[in-house]
Design a protein around this ligand. Structure first.
Ligand SMILES: [Zn+2]
Length: 337
């Protein structure tokens, strides 16, 4: 899938900027613009969908943006195919999450970066913000990579993308900056919705139990207590002990709902529900959350904003809070509920 974004948002600012700089597609690059000497769209390759979506929003039609890891696919376990390696080596710019999210792609990303082209981790700006990143409880060397779960954290990824595209294609830097500003306004609204919706859940019910520990940044941002069956990577199997501890917790706290994830097998979550039911506490599956992959391409849930809107709406409604059935903008298709 390539250019299926007909309603790319152009703010008045963008149009003015384009007019002032005479940014027609036929404009020739100056000699100073050594990185770009053609008006053909350049090629950007991204690992996970959440990054692909940001880049499409910032680059518009100036780049052909493709993602490697599709819907419902777990990036912790994803091994690059031969054609991925070819695509990575021929792309003009590469974005990945970093923090070992794409643990099995590290070698190939390092190799591609050694060619000298821009290969950027979108979390690199966050790395420079002290105290933002969360560590794994029992292993301080393992940093939680699921930064996109906190909309404010992901805004920093938008900044990295805009800066990288601007230095690669300086002729359109004004447009990338304006697109980033317009997209950030949408993210501000998304963050406000998340705060308001989660804040409406009765305090004793603000507990999120999921298949793996992908939601700690959301928890910190909105005041949800988060418990995942598996750790921050799905590479480790959940032990029986972990499941028993969580069943006890669910029964004691009278938690009404737990959640499956679209990119992780649901057998552990179903075992939790059976365990709690056997102890006389009726807990239900509150819905499917998008953790490490977005929804189907071409749908609202197949965008970053739609994915987070779906998660927030699903969690809020299942735990007794108030959120519109079709989400922040009335656009949810209900596929994940
Ligand atoms: Zn994960």
């Amino acid at each position: 899938m390539k250019f299926d974004r007909p309603l790319f948002i152009l703010s008045g600012l963008v149009i003015v900027a384009a007019f002032l700089t005479g940014c027609g597609r036929s404009e020739k690059s100056s000699d100073a613009d050594s990185a770009r000497r053609t008006d053909e769209p350049y090629r950007v390759l991204c690992t996970v969908g959440m990054i692909t979506d940001i880049v499409r929003n910032i680059a518009g039609d100036y780049a052909q943006v493709e993602g490697i890891i599709g819907e419902g696919v777990d990036p912790h376990l994803y091994k690059p195919t031969r054609s991925d390696v070819v695509n990575l080596s021929t792309a003009d710019v590469v974005f990945y999450n970093g923090l070992l999210l794409e643990g099995k792609m590290t070698d190939v990303l390092v190799r591609v970066a050694s060619s000298g082209k821009p290969v950027r981790a979108v979390t690199e700006a966050i790395l420079q913000t002290s105290d933002y990143l969360l560590q794994k409880e029992d292993d301080s060397t393992y940093t939680d990579p699921h930064v996109w779960m906190d909309v404010r954290g992901w805004m920093q990824a938008v900044t990295v993308v805009a800066e990288t595209l601007s230095s690669f294609d300086p002729a359109h830097a004004d447009i990338y900056a304006a697109n980033a500003t317009a997209y950030t306004v949408q993210l501000e609204a998304l963050d406000a919705y998340a705060q308001q919706a989660i804040g409406s859940i009765p305090e004793s019910k603000r507990v999120l139990v999921t298949a793996h520990d992908a939601f700690n940044y959301l928890g910190r941002a909105t005041g949800l207590t988060v418990r995942g069956i598996q750790g921050v990577s799905t590479e480790s199997e959940a032990g029986v002990r972990d499941l028993e501890d969580l069943v006890n917790y669910i029964v004691e706290q009278q938690i009404p709902a737990v959640f499956v994830e679209t990119s992780v097998a649901d057998k552990n979550v179903r075992a939790l529900v059976e365990g709690a039911n056997a102890r006389g506490h009726a807990v239900r599956i509150g819905g499917a959350l998008f953790s490490d992959a977005m929804g189907q391409a071409g749908t609202y849930e197949g965008t970053y904003i739609g994915m987070i809107d779906s998660n927030i709406t699903t969690i809020t409604r299942a735990l007794g809070g108030e959120a519109p059935e079709l989400g922040m903008q009335g656009k949810l298709t209900g596929v994940a509920h």
